[in-house]
Write a protein that binds this ligand. Structure first.
Ligand SMILES: [Zn+2]
Length: 258
């Protein structure tokens, strides 16, 4: 009985190795695709900020001075300063997060080297928590421990809830953030290059709303959620934030007599 089980196990293992490459290629592509989709956070964050902060700055300067040159100088300076600061912020905060995770992963791997028997029991408990019987959990843990790489990865994923291959260099994320910010800032700014301030102000507002809708549609497409709901949500949140900024910008200076 035991022999025949082992025989079946060995056979299925051989089949596994043969077709593994092609079948795994599809699986890994899926992981990469989801990872790229994960950058939707930087895309939405960067473009929303890049639309709303420059909109507040140029509208404020336009309303306060009526001077095209001043609006453009303030808007362009804000756009670049904002993009660089958001990119840098994303780089450092993402890196800090990854470094904390890396340290925890290294600590776990060290524990697995120091106390293999304790960690084996731990793996059994983790598997039991996922619904395996006590005996099966122990058996799977023992089998898994014979393949160090898979064993380490599974422990990190199951016990810490982390990705074992976490990257501490967040360049694509930082670039997505900064570029999204710069592209966003074009919309509230562009009208002032071609139109007198009085006309540019409403055009700038309208273009920003159009861009907010576009961000909503892009986000909805990537996340595969309802496009109308996605666009409405972004326009409402963005509009509320801009209106709040405008009100506070008008009310607070008045409180101080300006
Ligand atoms: Zn552990």
């Amino acid at each position: 009985m035991a022999d025949s089980t082992r025989e079946v196990a060995r056979e299925s293992q051989q089949v596994d190795v043969q077709g593994a490459d092609e079948r795994h290629a599809g699986l890994f592509a899926e992981k990469g695709r989801i990872e790229r989709l994960g950058r939707i956070r930087q895309l939405v964050f960067g473009s929303l900020d890049g639309l709303l902060v420059p909109l507040g700055v140029v509208s404020g300067v336009a309303g306060g001075t009526g001077n095209t040159k001043a609006v453009i100088a303030a808007g362009v300076a804000e756009a670049f300063a904002g993009a660089l600061s958001m990119g840098a912020g994303e780089f450092i905060s993402g890196r800090s997060e990854a470094q904390v995770q890396r340290t925890e992963i290294d600590k776990e791997l060290e524990e697995m080297r120091q106390e293999p028997e304790h960690e084996l029991r731990e793996m059994g408990l983790l598997l039991e928590r996922e619904g395996l019987s006590v005996e099966d959990a122990r058996a799977v843990a023992v089998t898994l421990s014979r393949y160090p790489e898979a064993y380490h990865k599974t422990m990190v994923e199951k016990e810490l809830g982390l990705r074992p291959d976490v990257s501490t260099v967040r360049v694509p994320e930082a670039l997505t953030m900064g570029v999204s910010y710069i592209i966003g800032s074009i919309f509230p700014l562009i009208a002032y290059f071609f139109l007198p301030v009085a006309v540019a102000l409403p055009v700038s507002l309208a273009l920003t709303v159009v861009a907010l809708i576009a961000v909503g549609v892009i986000r909805g497409t990537l996340a595969r959620i309802n496009l109308v709901v996605s666009a409405l949500e972004i326009v409402l949140v963005g509009g509320a934030s801009a209106a709040g900024g405008y009100l506070l910008g008008v009310v607070i200076p008045r409180l101080f007599g300006y």
